[in-house]
Ligand binder design. Sequence first.
Ligand code: ZN
Length: 142
Amino acid sequence: MTAGFQELSAGRGFVGRLETGSDLVEEIERFCADHEVRAAQVVVIGAVRRARYAYYEQDDHRYLELESDTHHEIVGFIGNVSLRDGRPFLHAHASFADASGATVGGHLLRGIEVFAAEVMIRELAGVELVRTPDAATGLALW
Ligand code: ZN
């Protein structure tokens, strides 16, 4: 069963780097708001000084928040931008690797402190992605 697929086309593209010490999620959302990016695919590579992420408990419909204050590489990152409450909202999941190569990860939260981050934002044109409450999951989905 599918839930409303939309055909999209490529919009604008942006590449750039986030400043050391900045908040990963906040900065990407701020950039999208400033540039009126309403839907996008986002890829990031880099490293963080502090990670904040969450695991969604499907039975309880709530996020279990997790954190790590050690330095990590961003070894995987997939994200999208859509509208939530009328503003660009970044939904991203990532894997973080520590000095031993061990990984943690999950749904990204605010409070991730960037060490270095190269960001690619691919705007998605011709679609309207708006998050609204979904009763089956308890999440705000397209
Ligand atoms: Zn998520």
